[in-house]
Design a protein around this ligand. Sequence first.
Ligand SMILES: NC(=O)c1ccc[n+]([C@@H]2O[C@H](COP(=O)([O-])OP(=O)(O)OC[C@H]3O[C@@H](n4cnc5c(N)ncnc54)[C@H](O)[C@@H]3O)[C@@H](O)[C@H]2O)c1
Length: 363
Amino acid sequence: MINWTSRSGSLIDPPVLFLKKWPATSAFGPEPVMIFDKKLLRVVPGFREWVSQFRYLYPVEAGESLKAIEKFPSHMTKMLELTRALSPKTMSFVAIGGGSLGDFVGFVASLFKRGVTLYQIPSTWLAAIDSSHGGKTALNVGTAKNQIGTFYGAAKIFIVKPLLLQQPQERVQDGLGEMVKISLIDGGEWTRSFFQVKHASAEVLWKFLPAAIASKYRVIRRDPFETRGDRQILNLGHTLGHLFEVLGPYSHGIAVGQGLFFALEWSYHRGYLTKAFLHSARVFLEEKLSLRPWPAQQKTLGRKDFHQLLLKDKKREKSSSLQFIFLRGMGRPLRKLVTLDELTNEAARQGILKAVNRKVLLH
Ligand SMILES: NC(=O)c1ccc[n+]([C@@H]2O[C@H](COP(=O)([O-])OP(=O)(O)OC[C@H]3O[C@@H](n4cnc5c(N)ncnc54)[C@H](O)[C@@H]3O)[C@@H](O)[C@H]2O)c1
């Protein structure tokens, strides 16, 4: 029997608490160290007062640079200094921020004194729906994202309504990209009412958040350490989504939305989806959620450049192929090894090759 529990929490079944106000100060054990995105002090009403109640504070600048491996030793030195008086048995790290901060703090918690208790308080929709669950932690190496990492589950995840609902409206679209993705993968009862929503709003995200999170755990449970490959279905919309994210540049969720249009169209073209399904999915994405396909622009990118960008995708199996996630219907993702030539041909067919710009892919 394999134990999925780390020194902190379970990868597959951690408590996820939905709160209408900030957690009590006693929620994180006797010696919590609050590691937070310093932007929250400026933009989130009440956050400064709440976080100031804790003794050990470690504010950071969030974003991809936080995950840069070169900066890791300096963070470790400062954190060891800050926590000198604490015991690894009783201390905890509390990650308060978006996905970049969660990935960073998760990584630190998994290594610090061989592992200390980790709590997550996601502050972006992306982190609340996706990245704070499943225990994947990561650092970037140079321009290559998420190359170093561990699996380390949080002891608890706190989903705090006033923190999430305070985000600007454009972030709602970002969250919806990930929510649609998981709904297409899951196809459970909740997705029926999700697909009935009339327009995108933060309240819609809040309403469907518990179901979307439960869907992600259903996938993780089948393949906690991504050894069987099942967990890869969570990459639906991400192969080209990653590319669009950098080329845009677009935020992650918007780019995933663009990647979903691509994946749906290719699934239809290969005969996996009916025309009716493709049509209703597109109408829902565009008209109800205001998500859009990659916009056609008149910039050119040759096949060779496109290949080069794809080769940098970390999900490629070998230099000539990668795992692509198709859809056969609601809740029916299909993982298939495709060659880069096939993917490039499809991108040409969908007009993507004309549409992307020559930039260096970070992934
Ligand atoms: N571990 C996983 O399973 C997983 C899954 C998906 C993505 N990720 C990672 O997540 C990261 C992207 O996540 P993200 O978009 O949340 O990134 P992020 O942490 O960089 O946050 C994006 C921006 O939002 C700001 N922000 C955070 N909370 C806010 C709030 N409440 N109000 C206003 N602004 C706020 C941040 O300061 C930052 O400028 C990437 O590094 C990606 O690799 C990890």
